[in-house]
Design a protein around this ligand. Structure first.
Ligand SMILES: NC(=O)C1=CN([C@@H]2O[C@H](COP(=O)(O)OP(=O)(O)OC[C@H]3O[C@@H](n4cnc5c(N)ncnc54)[C@H](O)[C@@H]3O)[C@@H](O)[C@H]2O)[C@@H](O)CC1
Ligand SMILES: Nc1ncnc2c1ncn2[C@@H]1O[C@H](COP(=O)(O)OP(=O)(O)O)[C@@H](O)[C@H]1O
Length: 324
């Protein structure tokens, strides 16, 4: 049974990290992003600026020409490198070892992005997968890498909207159908896999988002942040109906957030808190809450029709101050 628990203002206030007197840019956490492909440079700019506006002490973005130029012009404090450098760089060496990697905002489903996604999955730090990175989840090598990460306790976060969530559920239902064919129907394993496949095929992210988030989290061994009018955050652990599993829900959102690019801002926001060393579920919930609060504050100040992803970004510091 999936239970819902509200993550509200008091929870966000309690979760908000505070700086230590002797913190430096490295102790505050390095957040690396692989975002902003040639087709969608804007998404990379929004995610990078959001990550740099919050808890992480150091932001490095691996991106292509157009996004690189825009990020350098908007926030020169962000270090910008070429995507290929992510493949060759040593991600284990201090002091520049990342504490979180964000991948996917504005990536297209091509071979170059696939190579980067597979490389990011190998890096032994928390990984946030958004947008274009979620398009690779039906690949066997990506699924295998996710399972290995989960086994080795390297956490992953997936941030689907309802459309992406439906595709993640469908991919898992198809995997179950394939597995099912390996067993004889009289084998108890056949029954187990068959029922699991039916459960995934029937799940509906819009009709029952809490259940959908819990199923996705379990299938991919990752924290699932299922975005929508309300946003649901589930850790893995919900395997069958008899499990009592709690999913957090943030209801602070506003339809003013229904605008291209706001999801990219959220991915950077979550990445920044993850990089600061927060526990994953808390980092995701706090990120979702502050993003929603920023949208709300922007709507109150500017009119809800006039909120853009850039304006959500602008209101994030005010959202943080509203918790003080
Ligand atoms: N300025 C930019 O550069 C922007 C780039 N973006 C990036 O562009 C890439 C592609 O994103 P697009 O925005 O083109 O499309 P999406 O990948 O978000 O949407 C693809 C399909 O999913 C479905 N869908 C989308 N939102 C849904 C919802 N809330 N509920 C149900 N179904 C839904 C629709 O059928 C849609 O055709 C992503 O990597 C994204 O990060 C977007 O974030 C928009 C802004
Ligand atoms: N009607 C709504 N009410 C509240 N929040 C919404 C609504 N529609 C979208 N959002 C929020 O806006 C963001 C949209 O993200 P996403 O769909 O990934 O957009 P994009 O890919 O364009 O960045 C999510 O954080 C989602 O929760």
């Amino acid at each position: 049974m999936v239970l819902e628990k509200q993550f509200g203002e008091a929870d966000a206030r309690a979760a908000l990290p505070h700086l230590k007197f002797d913190d430096n840019k490295f102790t505050r956490g390095m957040c690396e992003l692989i975002v902003g492909g040639p087709e969608f440079p804007g998404a990379g700019v929004l995610a990078s600026l959001a990550a740099n506006s919050l808890a992480a002490g150091y932001v490095t973005t691996y991106t292509w020409k157009d996004a690189a130029r825009a990020i350098r012009a908007k926030q020169p404090s962000i270090v910008v490198r070429k995507p290929k450098e992510f493949l060759t760089r040593d991600h284990t060496a201090a002091p520049g070892k990342p504490k979180a990697v964000v991948i996917g905002c504005g990536l297209s489903p091509d071979d170059e992005a696939a190579e980067l996604v597979l490389a990011a999955l190998q890096v032994e730090v928390p990984l946030v997968m958004d947008g274009g990175a979620l398009a690779f989840m039906n690949r066997a090598d990506v699924k295998e890498a996710l399972v290995t990460r989960a086994k080795n306790k390297f956490p992953t976060v997936l941030t689907p909207h309802a459309g992406e969530a439906a595709r993640l559920l469908k991919a898992e239902a198809e995997r179950c159908a394939e597995q099912e064919s390996l067993f004889d129907t009289s084998d108890p394993s056949w029954q187990w896999v068959h029922e699991r496949g039916e459960q995934y095929a029937a799940a509906d992210p819009k009709a029952d988002p809490a259940q959908a988030a819990a199923l996705i989290a379990n299938a991919y061994g990752a924290v699932c942040v299922l975005k929508g009018p309300d946003t649901y955050i589930s850790v893995p652990g919900f395997v069958q109906e008899s499990d009592e599993h709690t999913v957090l829900v943030v209801t602070e959102g506003t339809p003013a957030l229904a605008k291209a690019g706001t999801g990219d801002v959220l991915a950077g926001t979550i990445g920044s808190f993850v990089a600061s060393g927060m526990a994953l579920e808390a980092a995701c919930s706090l990120g979702v809450f502050l993003h929603a609060r920023a949208g709300r504050l922007a709507g109150e100040a500017l009119g809800e029709l006039c909120v853009t992803a850039e304006r959500v970004l602008h209101y994030i510091p005010k959202a943080v101050c509203s918790l003080a």
